[in-house]
Design a protein around this ligand. Structure first.
Ligand code: GAP
Length: 518
């Protein structure tokens, strides 16, 4: 088993080598924290979007979708609080001249203590075997308890300092914890300063504040300012939701860890409009529902955990992350936020227009409260790649041990569902039959025809692409109308009638095989 650093490096190079993700503008030495998705990457990304859309919009009669513009009236960002409060605390190391997010330096320090706890758990699990009770161990082991206490104290103080905008205390904490620059090891820090994360540009050739346009830092505001249009045209009653998938932009101070923290990324967000006073019920409901969506992908439950926010954003009265255990530790994958009526009330105030919902049952008008779920598409992509990529030892045709790189993506998300492979390239009777089979599948399934290289090499290529099934057309096919279907995960081969291929492959690769799990 590779260590976590090696696993992460392997994911990054696999993404490039097999056409999942490329550095943006590579020809010009790249643009930092901006990435392009290649042929396999765009398919995986589209499949994740489809899984989310089907689970949120198709599966819920009370949720509808929109696609709002990236550019919006600049006052929207004043009303939402982003112009004044969408800041990150920035700190520079005077010796290395490297710039960091001060809160992330502290969070990384906490991550190291967390890793110590994980290590204790693994050691104890090994020692006690089947008799190991993780919950009890976490609740009673003195070293774990001391570390947990340490984490709570650090996070509590950081949360308070972030909420109060107490930059001096964030710096004091960095110094007291003895945090050093990861590059130089120096502890010679500047003061902490606020840095606004929004990119801006100009509208037409007009200058001045009114013509300042922002690239949206979240898709949510496009939903808020459209909520009455949507509610009226789709005749929805509370509670109802509006979902959207789209680009967001943040001028991140430090963009590290590949596609984890990007300056241009995609969000899948859903705003759920509820009666005031009912928001905590719906907040708990969506926390549970969203975790189930992740777990249906079949990745071990231990890879996910909730993390309640100590430091609430300016709009929230409760917030939690679903964190994923990336190779660099547990980090935020999705946020579930109870945003109160902050955004809608603020838009009412700044626009001077009534945005109240008329409740026919209560015969009164009020501003709804909102619970949102917000998951980063690129982070979902990264979590899938990190958990799927494996290097295994298998037997080759001669029975010798050999290594294979395989991407065990959930079948329904795989970029290619089935590869159609004639056994030999220079036998027209095989290639013609294979092409026919490919043509019969290609509009229903993400299929690929491949005749180049020896069959073993083609299998390995499909393993690395994450293709669940390879269909091989051999000389027997011409006699018995059957093909060999090879399973990516267990390498078993089965003879299947040509007429049954579509059903065989669809059974595990269709989106409903995931959606029916929750
Ligand atoms: N509307 C709420 C909102 O935007 P957030 O926690 O700031 O909340 C939601 O972002 C999700 O967007 C995160 O959980 C993460 O998955 C993704 N995200 C945020 N910043 C990102 C970045 N710089 N690069 C990639 N994904 C990001």
């Amino acid at each position: 088993m590779a260590n976590m650093d090696d696993q992460f490096k392997r994911v990054v190079s696999h993404c490039k080598e097999y056409g999942f993700v490329f550095q943006s503008s590579e020809l010009y030495d790249g643009l930092s924290a901006v990435y392009d998705y290649g042929p396999l990457g765009v398919e995986l990304k589209n499949n994740i979007k489809q899984y989310w859309w089907a689970a949120m919009v198709q599966a819920h009669e009370e949720i509808v979708g929109i696609d709002s513009a990236i550019f919006m009236h600049p006052r929207i960002w004043k009303a939402s609080g982003h112009v004044d409060a969408f800041n990150d605390p920035l700190i520079d190391n005077k010796d290395s001249k490297k710039r960091y997010r001060a809160d992330v330096l502290i969070e990384d320090y906490v991550g190291k203590i967390d890793a110590k706890i994980e290590k204790e758990v693994k050691k104890a699990a090994k020692r006690f075997g089947d008799a190991f009770d993780k919950e009890q161990f976490l609740a009673t082991n003195p070293r774990v308890l001391a570390n947990k206490e340490k984490i709570a104290a650090i996070e509590g103080r950081l949360g308070q300092a972030m909420t109060d905008g107490n930059l001096a205390d964030i710096k004091a904490q960095i110094e007291e914890l003895g945090i050093a620059c990861p590059v130089s090891g120096s502890k010679n820090w500047t003061d902490v300063r606020q840095f606004n994360l929004m990119f801006n540009t100009q509208l037409g050739n007009i200058s001045g504040e009114e013509a300042k346009l922002y690239l949206r830092p979240e898709t949510a505001q496009g939903i808020f300012v459209n909520y009455l249009n949507v509610q009226k045209t789709s005749r929805k009653k509370l509670p109802f939701g509006i979902a959207q998938i789209g680009k967001a932009f943040r001028n991140e101070i430090v963009a590290r860890q590949f596609i984890f923290r990007m300056r241009e990324f995609e969000q899948m967000e859903m705003q759920y409009f509820v009666q005031p006073g009912e928001e905590m019920k719906w907040y708990e409901y969506w926390k549970e529902k969203r975790l189930k969506w992740h777990l249906a992908l079949g990745i071990s439950e231990e890879m996910y955990r909730f993390h309640d926010h100590d430091n609430l954003a300016h709009y929230a009265n409760a917030a939690a992350d679903i964190q994923f255990n990336f190779p660099f530790g547990f980090k935020e994958l999705e946020g579930i936020h109870s945003r109160t009526d902050f955004d809608l009330s603020s838009h009412e105030e700044y626009s001077g227009r009534n945005v109240k919902y008329f409740d026919p049952e209560r015969n009164e008008s009020y501003v709804p409260y909102v619970v949102e779920t917000s998951v980063g598409l690129d982070r979902m992509f990264l979590s899938m790649m990190c958990s799927a990529l494996q290097v295994e030892t298998v037997k080759d045709a001669k029975g010798n041990d050999t290594e294979r790189t395989v991407l065990k993506l959930p079948h329904a998300l795989a970029p290619i569902k089935v590869a159609v492979l004639p056994l030999l390239k220079n036998k027209p009777e095989l290639t013609e039959r294979a092409r026919k089979i490919f043509d019969a599948l290609k509009f229903d399934l993400q299929a690929q025809y491949d005749e180049k290289d020896a069959i073993g090499k083609r299998y390995r290529r499909q393993d690395a692409a994450g293709t669940p099934y390879c269909v091989t057309i051999d000389f027997e096919t011409l006699e018995d109308n059957c093909v060999t279907i090879r399973d990516r995960d267990n390498l078993k081969q089965e003879r299947v009638q040509i007429a049954d291929i579509k059903n065989y492959v669809s059974k595990t690769t269709k989106m409903s095989s995931l959606l029916s799990k929750f």
